[in-house]
Design a protein around this ligand. Sequence first.
Ligand SMILES: Nc1ncnc2c1ncn2[C@@H]1O[C@H](COP(=O)(O)OP(=O)(O)O)[C@@H](O)[C@H]1O
Ligand SMILES: [Mg+2]
Length: 180
Amino acid sequence: MAEQRGFTLWFTGLSGAGKTTITNVLVKDLIQRGSRLEVLDGDVVRENLSKGLGFSKEDRDTNIRRIAFVANLLSRNGVPVITAAISPYRAIRDEARQMMDDRFIEVYAKASVEVCEERDTKGLYAKARSGEIKEFTGVSDPYEEPINPEITVETADQSPEESAQQILTYLEDHHFISKS
Ligand SMILES: Nc1ncnc2c1ncn2[C@@H]1O[C@H](COP(=O)(O)OP(=O)(O)O)[C@@H](O)[C@H]1O
Ligand SMILES: [Mg+2]
């Protein structure tokens, strides 16, 4: 059986920055290349692995630590993983990085609050502004930008396909996947 190299593409970014959209493009591309991978999307994880957790700092940290734990289990056994959760706190992302060492690839889905709010794909910013949702990242809760992410995708200036291509090129250049 062909060996595949395990890695974790760790997305971070505001709600609406494009984490899920780019992940979906990447999954399609990677499967086409014969890769078997897993996705841990924040919204999905909160429905099962982290069901019942809220949005306090403590619960957010627990959620992200659980995602990192599973991502580590998979990636150390040769399974590529994409995580797509806001993961707002730098310290917890750095814990994940330490756990997975050179298998950890931080991808900053970068878009301003203004751009994400304009998109408001899920209507959450409107609810955050009206106060219906409390502790909303970027509005009433902190988001700590990555300082030195492996990859930054500027989603206000790129299409999801361009962002995905940028990430695939990184993976090829660093020998996580072979060139297509
Ligand atoms: N370059 C891009 N990458 C990702 N999404 C983009 C991009 N440009 C525009 N969009 C749009 O922005 C929205 C991002 O939403 P989503 O992927 O659900 O964000 P997140 O998962 O980060 O909360 C989608 O409506 C998508 O079509
Ligand atoms: Mg999402």
